[in-house]
Design a protein around this ligand. Structure first.
Ligand code: DAH
Length: 356
């Protein structure tokens, strides 16, 4: 009786295909209504001698079955794990998904950073054409023909326009001031990043480069606004809260008074570091819009005042990102771009950080 039960049970355990099937076998034999449990209950009807022998045999059977169940269980679980590992197999020799190869050029990045800062101050972006009339590039900005300032610009002249007007590749972004003031009424608050051109080429000059222009015109705009705006910009752009900023009197035909803006720096061992170190570095020109320029644009200078500034984008990008040679910006060398470029999804913002 016990032997048959043992043989049958061990066979059933061996035949169980998965942990659930094995549990069924256990319940059928050792469960409350299981066969071994039933035999145990029957022990009470036997006489003492028989009960002793039979009880011992049943206990041994129970132990053997339990051991067989445990062994099979471990086997089945191991098999389940192996099957799962097999079905979820990963080929770790496959190359990882390639990271995006593209990079944002430092010029684009810098323009985005400048835009983020000024957008936060309520400026909007304005644009003008690269091919500009002599009038917008010079005359309207209070630089009359034969004015010496024209020589300073190393202008690229183009064949005359069909109407006989003189055309140039714009030498600065300042003509966007004129275009804006002639097309919209104050209050005006724009920045105009873009390409500019001058016939010059060395470590610090390329025939094409970028500038960003800013223009604010309103009824009560004064030099304090100009200073506050520029100081705020410099500190945000270079991410240095105590960056010293100084305004040095200067001259531009289209502003009066005019100033050049210096920021704090340190020069040592051929290295340049931006910050409160005692030395000064020039980074932009600025001033109060000249009454003649307002007048040239049909804005009444007795009612409106404005300030403007302009700076070279490559220059501040070189300073911020430690790029030593201007010419490398335009050599389209992928290794350079990989080194100095920016990951496309890291959009500059004042909240998250301008550059990460
Ligand atoms: N246009 C000037 C240049 O290219 C820079 C500049 C100076 C722009 C003063 C301004 C300004 O708007 O107010 O050198």
């Amino acid at each position: 009786m016990v032997d048959t039960l043992k043989a049958e049970t061990l066979q059933a355990i061996e035949a169980a295909a998965d942990p659930a099937g094995l549990e069924e076998v256990r319940v059928a034999v050792l469960g409350k209504k299981g066969r071994v449990t039933g035999l145990m209950k029957d022990l009470g009807g036997l006489d003492p001698e028989e009960r002793k022998a039979r009880g011992a045999a049943l206990n041994r059977l129970k132990e053997e079955i339990t051991a067989a169940l445990d062994a099979r269980k471990a086997e089945l679980q191991g098999g389940a794990l192996a099957a799962r590992l097999e079905s979820e197999r990963l080929d770790v020799t496959l190359p990882v998904r390639p990271a995006s190869e593209g990079r944002i050029h430092p010029i684009s990045q810098t323009i985005d950073e400048i835009t983020a800062i000024f957008a936060d101050m309520g400026f909007v972006v304005a644009e003008g054409p690269d091919i500009e009339s002599d009038f917008y590039n010079f005359t309207a900005l209070n630089i009359p023909p034969e004015h010496p300032a024209r020589q300073m610009h190393d202008t690229f002249y183009l064949p005359d326009a069909p109407d006989g007007g003189r055309r140039v590749l714009r030498t600065h972004t300042s003509p966007v001031q004129i275009r804006t003031m002639r097309s919209v009424k104050p209050p005006i608050r724009i920045i105009a990043p873009g390409r500019t051109y001058r016939s010059d080429y060395d470590m610090t000059h390329t025939p094409m480069f970028h500038q960003v222009e800013a223009l604010v015109v309103d009824e009560a705009t004064h030099m304090g606004h100009l200073k506050g705006c520029i100081i705020e910009f410099c500190r945000a752009f270079f991410d240095i809260d105590d960056l010293p900023v100084r305004f040095r009197p200067s001259f531009f035909p289209f502003t009066e008074p005019s100033a050049e803006v210096d920021i704090g720096c340190m020069r040592s061992g051929g290295e340049l570091k931006i910050g409160a170190y005692g030395d000064w570095l020039e980074i932009m020109g600025c001033g109060m819009v000249h009454p003649k320029v307002l007048d040239n644009c049909g804005i009444d200078p007795s009612r409106y005042q404005g300030f403007a500034f302009g700076m070279g984008i490559e220059r501040i990008a070189m300073l911020k990102y430690g790029i030593p040679d201007l010419r490398t910006f335009f050599e389209a060398d992928l290794r350079w771009l990989k080194h100095y470029g920016f990951v496309p999804l890291d959009q500059p913002s004042l909240a998250v950080g301008l550059s990460r």
